[in-house]
Design a protein around this ligand. Structure first.
Ligand SMILES: NC(=O)c1ccc[n+]([C@@H]2O[C@H](COP(=O)([O-])OP(=O)(O)OC[C@H]3O[C@@H](n4cnc5c(N)ncnc54)[C@H](O)[C@@H]3O)[C@@H](O)[C@H]2O)c1
Ligand SMILES: [Zn+2]
Length: 375
């Protein structure tokens, strides 16, 4: 008997079932997701942090059900998302006899999911894979939508594919072991959905005193993840390859990526950078008359409360703008900006004037107490 998924992501060429595991037994991952795929072998790909906490149990569960499992445990961290490690993982698949009937199981955060999905997409011209995201960022964002890839030196996600998983298994119980900073950082993405696509989620977040208040709240996390996945599923299914509506997911990422690059990917974590990027977008929207002043203020206050701004001293608006202009994704998309125009509402504008962007950047940098003496 097949177990129905909680959500079907419908693309023109395939349907991806999503299972929310809260309320289900862990063994259902094997029964409902893996067994029906009838793989001849399974490669369980994870990183050392996640494997130590959750990998052994999953490995044992698969072995008990009679699967032949090869385990590939990677070093945690963004450096792992490289062509070199991808080649090593493909080599391990080969050594363990993975065939076109085999299955890759990606157990981990966005690094593991992006890398394992990428290797699955190119190994023997593509074998099946299942996403089992364990970080909040992977559960609300990276495991959903079919974008997989690796970095090429400093160029993020330069090698990649749109390659959909055979299924996505989202278990918020994994979040119990996620470090606090990782949980908090993912609220950059959570706020992105709330401000542009989900008014109900915005109301819930606007009522929170701080992110720490809900970290251990299993019911809140389950609801949070379900809402974000549902929103991403709608957007990605409507526009798989990011030519139209899916661009809404870049809210806060345009200036956010420039900030990450300016900090050489060490100074700011992704969530902090996206938070500043969302503030820049709302300030820019207000200046361009796309966002009304009261909502710009309310949305910025909510972002600032849940993701306090990092110190921005030493940053230069001109250099950030130059970084954005060099970002092929931004210039290639006709300098498009996404604004939140109300709770759960958005507007996408093309050909945003560079001078207005520079003015909004200057304003946000100057509002930083650590930077005011400098700007
Ligand atoms: N494919 C997409 O659409 C997409 C979207 C957004 C981000 N991304 C990518 O995702 C990556 C970031 O993902 P991430 O934030 O999950 O980073 P990550 O995979 O590095 O995980 C963050 C840290 O948390 C640890 N961890 C994960 N789950 C854990 C758990 N349950 N218990 C204990 N530790 C755990 C990991 O070992 C790691 O140290 C980036 O490479 C980014 O480019 C991809
Ligand atoms: Zn992001």
């Amino acid at each position: 008997m097949t177990v129905p998924p909680d959500l079907d992501m419908r693309y023109p060429h395939c349907t991806v079932p999503v299972f929310f595991a809260d309320g289900r037994e862990p063994a259902e991952l094997e029964r409902a997701v893996i067994r029906p795929l009838a793989p001849d072998r399974i490669a369980l790909v994870s990183d050392a942090n996640v494997f130590a906490r959750h990998g052994y149990a999953l490995e044992a569960l698969l072995a008990q059900a009679g699967h032949v499992v090869a385990t590939v445990v990677l070093q945690p961290g963004e450096e792992t998302k490289s062509p070199e490690v991808a080649a090593e993982v493909a080599g391990a698949f080969c050594e363990n006899g993975l065939s076109r009937r085999s299955l890759v199981l990606a157990l981990g955060g966005g690094v593991v999911g992006d890398l394992a999905g990428f290797v699955a997409g190119i190994y023997m011209r593509g074998i099946r894979y299942v996403q089992v995201p364990t970080s909040l960022l992977a559960q609300v964002d990276s495991a959903v939508g079919g974008k997989v890839g690796v970095n090429l030196h400093d160029a993020k996600n330069m090698l990649g594919l749109f390659y959909q998983p055979a299924a996505i298994w989202v278990d918020t119980r994994y979040l119990a072991t996620l470090p606090e900073a990782e949980y908090h950082g993912a609220f950059g993405e959570v706020l992105k959905y709330a401000l542009t696509l989900d008014a109900t989620l915005y109301e819930r977040l606007a009522a929170l005193p701080a992110v720490a208040a809900v970290r251990g709240d299993a019911a809140f996390n389950a609801e949070l993840v379900r809402r974000c996945v549902a929103r991403k599923a709608e957007v990605a299914a409507a526009d798989e390859t990011e030519r139209g509506l899916r661009r809404v997911l870049n809210f806060g990422h345009t200036a956010g990526h420039a900030l990450e690059a300016a900090g050489e990917y060490r100074r700011f974590c992704h969530g902090e950078a996206v938070a500043v990027g969302m503030v820049v977008a709302q300030e820019l929207g207000r200046r361009l008359g796309c966002v009304d002043a009261a909502w710009a203020e309310a949305s910025i206050a909510c972002i600032r409360r849940l993701l306090p701004a990092p110190a921005l001293d030493g940053l230069d608006a001109g250099a950030l703008l130059a970084a954005m202009t060099h970002d092929k994704k931004w210039s290639g998309s006709r300098r498009c900006f996404v604004f939140s125009t109300g709770p759960g509402r958005h507007r996408i504008e093309d050909d945003v004037p560079a001078e207005a962007v520079a003015a909004a950047l200057r304003h946000v940098l100057a509002a930083d107490p650590a930077a005011s003496a400098w700007v």
